[in-house]
Write a protein that binds this ligand. Structure first.
Ligand SMILES: Nc1ncnc2c1ncn2[C@@H]1O[C@H](COP(=O)(O)OP(=O)(O)OP(=O)(O)O)[C@@H](O)[C@H]1O
Ligand SMILES: [Mg+2]
Length: 786
């Protein structure tokens, strides 16, 4: 059977070149994953290779499932099910289950998750009399994990530490931790990889067994392999050398987790006989989207030059959407989806919202819920289900209603305040027998003799805290309440000490909840804790959550790797958020990794891409001004919705010099008459304004990043300057600030104007305070003023 039908020349070669090392180096959407699946089908069906002899490695379980499915549809599910299609981790578990006794584990070893790891590590730190303040569990775990990924054993770590105090202690903790794991017959996630490596190194026969078995090895997303994964591949492929790796150096986005981009760049050195095939035709995206992706990533210096092309049409322009804040941003996304659904253009599942940090999902989730847009959150927990959010909400629930036992038991010892299970049980039992509330019994645990002096002191410290917080709640200042609560419980430190890699993310979720209270305080007529909790409960409801449903997908840019969607929204493309503040301050390498992430994001879109940025965002409850990301400035203007602005050349009356268009980042509203005046006068020079501006970021004052912002003209980005005849129906030009009248909603002021290919949308705040986004094609607005 021919599995190369429909493939291009290079793809065919890649499928048919089965013997010897092969590197397929190609950009996004060029069919790398597709080639892998066809190659497997070709091996089994035409070369009569047993499915047992094939090992295919993917980056996520989801990707593995998809690959198996695709192979199954080519050669039948039964054959596909006999192959090893798995992630590195599941491959290792499978090998270790068979041979772990060789390493001194029994075959029923357990696998520890993060919580188990932490509990173990905490004990060790305590037993060794090490101050947890200096060696927070999360940080220690992170350090151990990166050592394991680089195959550094405790002994080696000790050697490398030399006289360095901190490293020496870390090496000691690491040694004790490994010892304890082994005693418990347990492995953590990194052990799965490292122990398989050890197993192979110490047992030549086992290695040979697998080398012999896997005659053909295929690895997808090779650019994101870390040190130990790289070694495993090298070892397994040594005998047959039929190793096919595919990847894209421009999509290497896991450097922060130890992935090494050099693994792919050095492939030709590692395998002298390697054949390299480059795929350059993209089959996923429109030309505009592809041009945008190419142009952004071209700003990276450390890359192999390559340029993707496509036969697809230019397609719609990329919409760069500027809004006032994250709420408007979410509204804009929701409005676009609702419109496309109503007009029958799309289904919910055609849309994806891809963001930089998990915390960004909250506002979008809330907007989707209130707009009845079904959505699902991939690779993450929905905002109100996240542990830290549930903890804090549980506190608020207890403060509001001390009878809420579920919430109370969740937080009575979080952060740890020495209240053990025995105390909790004693109180619970007393309360049950005496028909009292748990909280009441807890409050009186000393007087009633439920607990001894020591334990009751700890419980009283808790009940006193709740009562103190209740007093603040009585003032109805929810923002202050949450602030005090976080402060008094030292909840942030609790996260810092107990969470490893995820601490930063969790802290920003807390900030996000904080922003929610600020927003609530600003919008509620009479703020009240009960009402706040009701509002939260409404959006936190997960009853109608259906995995397989036709719904919009929300996820981080990282987890979107390898996937594709007809329409993609990328919100929050702002300096300090994307690129992240950390990457901006930690050097060019980090920044380039962010840029690659941007490339990954753009190339997920097949037909339409929205890039959004807000002029301000609430960070830790404080409104911060923000600036459009440098990545936006790296997009070629001609593929964006800003292109039509360029047609309006401003001519300086005195010098005759022309100034073309305007760069994003400028935000001013002009009435038409003002605009005309400006045109006559020549706009304003802004270089002086750009210099050394300070902005506040996460409570700090920093220099505004030095990206040149050319403020050359005075046209707000979304004013309709498209020549009227190009649009399907005559459209009036509207301007921000203009007062208009709507037949049903009355008089209002235009707050935003947004142009798409087919229409111009205006957001109007009406006199009753309500805001609506309306199509100027249909809304029949009447002009009242200029
Ligand atoms: N020769 C081809 N003809 C038609 N469609 C193709 C061809 N090759 C690939 N495609 C389609 O292009 C899209 C992208 O392919 P695929 O996901 O394999 O790309 P990729 O290189 O793995 O992308 P990424 O870098 O994002 O992982 C898919 O929808 C795939 O079916
Ligand atoms: Mg792929």
């Amino acid at each position: 059977m021919d599995f190369t039908t429909g493939l291009n020349e290079m793809q065919k070669q890649a499928v048919l070149h089965t013997e010897g090392p092969l590197l397929i180096l190609a950009g996004a959407g060029s069919g790398k994953t597709r080639v892998l699946t066809h190659r497997i089908a070709h091996l089994v069906e035409n070369k009569r290779i047993s499915p047992w002899s094939i090992l295919a490695i993917t980056f996520t379980n989801k990707a593995a499932g998809e690959m198996r499915e695709r192979v199954g549809s080519l050669i039948g599910d039964e054959i596909a099910s006999q192959m090893w299609v798995s992630t590195f981790h599941s491959m290792c578990v499978r090998i270790l289950r068979r041979y772990s006794e060789r390493l001194g584990y029994d075959r029923y070893f357990t696998i520890y998750d993060t919580a188990d790891q932490k509990a173990l590590l905490k004990d060790i730190i305590k037993n060794q009399n090490i101050n947890e303040k200096n060696f927070p569990v999360g940080a220690v775990l992170g350090a151990i994990s990166s050592k394991k990924n680089e195959l550094i054993t405790p002994a080696l770590a000790k050697e490398q530490a030399g006289g360095e105090y901190r490293d020496k202690i870390l090496a000691e903790i690491y040694g004790a931790y490994q010892k304890k794991l082994k005693e418990n017959n347990a492995m953590d996630f990194d052990d799965l990889l490292m122990n398989t490596y050890e197993l192979f190194k110490l047992n030549e026969d086992v290695l040979q067994d697998y080398q012999h078995k896997f005659r053909y090895i295929l690895v997808d997303e090779y650019q994101d392999t870390n040190g130990v994964q790289y070694q495993l591949v090298q070892m397994l492929a040594r005998k047959h050398q039929n190793l096919c790796v595919v990847g894209d150096d421009d999509q290497s986005i896991y450097g922060w987790r130890g992935a090494d981009i050099r693994n792919i760049l050095d492939f030709e050195k590692d395998f002298k006989e390697a054949t390299v095939i480059k795929l350059e035709q993209n089959y996923r995206s429109t030309k505009n989207i592809l041009d945008a992706a190419n142009s952004v990533v071209a700003h990276n210096k450390g890359r192999k030059p390559k340029r993707l092309w496509t036969e697809s049409e230019a397609g719609e322009t990329i919409s760069i959407v500027e809004t006032d804040n994250e709420y408007r941003e979410a509204e804009m996304i929701a409005a676009q989806i609702v419109r496309a659904i109503e007009e029958g253009e799309r289904e919910y599942k055609d849309f994806a919202v891809l963001y930089r940090t998990n915390a960004q999902s909250r506002v979008v989730e809330e907007k989707f819920i209130t707009s009845s847009i079904p959505y699902r959150l991939l690779g993450g927990t929905r905002f109100y289900e996240r542990k830290e959010i549930k903890d804090l909400i549980s506190y608020l629930k207890v403060i509001s209603n001390p009878k809420d036992d579920v919430a109370l038991k969740r937080i009575i010892n979080v952060p740890k305040r020495g209240i053990g299970a025995a105390s909790i049980n004693a109180i619970a039992e007393y309360a049950l027998v005496q028909n009292m509330d748990f909280f009441e019994a807890a409050r009186l645990c000393k007087e009633l003799g439920i607990l001894g002096v020591g334990p009751s002191q700890k419980v009283l410290a808790f009940t006193n805290l709740i009562e103190e917080l209740q007093e603040i709640a009585n003032t109805n200042d929810i923002k202050m309440l949450l602030e005090t609560l976080i402060e008094k419980t030292e909840y942030r430190n609790h996260i810092r000490f107990t969470e490893g890699d995820t601490a930063e993310d969790r802290l920003s979720n807390i900030d996000e909840l904080f922003s929610k209270t600020v927003h609530y305080m600003a919008s509620a007529q009479e703020p009240h804790l009960g009402e706040f909790l009701e509002e939260v409960a409404l959006v936190a409801d997960i009853d109608n959550y259906d995995e397989a449903s036709n719904s919009v997908v929300l996820m981080t840019l990282h987890s979107a790797k390898g996937l594709e969607f007809p329409v993609v929204f990328m919100p929050g493309v702002e300096e300090g958020l994307f690129p992240s503040y950390m990457s901006m301050t930690e050097g060019e390498d980090k920044l380039e990794e962010e840029r690659r992430l941007c490339y990954v994001g753009i190339t997920r879109a097949r037909e339409k891409l929205f890039i959004l940025y807000a002029n301000g965002r609430t960070v830790f409850g404080r409104p911060q001004s923000s600036m459009p990301s440098r990545f936006i400035k790296e997009l070629p203007r001609e593929v964006t919705n800003l292109a039509h602005l360029d047609k309006h050349i401003l001519r300086d009356k005195q010098t005759g010099k022309a100034t073309i268009g305007q760069e994003v980042g400028e935000r001013r509203s002009f009435s038409v008459s003002e605009f005309t005046q400006l045109n006559q006068k020549r706009s304003f020079s802004s270089e002086a304004q750009d210099k050394s501006q300070k902005m506040s970021f996460q409570g700090r004052t920093i220099e505004k990043p030095t990206i040149p912002i050319h403020r050359k003209t005075a046209i707000p980005p979304f004013m309709n300057h498209k020549p009227v005849e190009n649009l399907p129906e005559p459209i009036q030009n509207f301007t921000v600030g203009e007062v208009v009248k709507h037949i049903k909603f009355g008089q209002g002021t235009i707050k935003e104007v947004m142009q798409t290919d087919k229409d111009v949308f205006v957001t109007i705040t009406f006199e009753n305070g309500e805001s609506r986004q309306l199509s100027t094609r249909f809304a029949k607005l009447q002009r009242l003023s200029y």
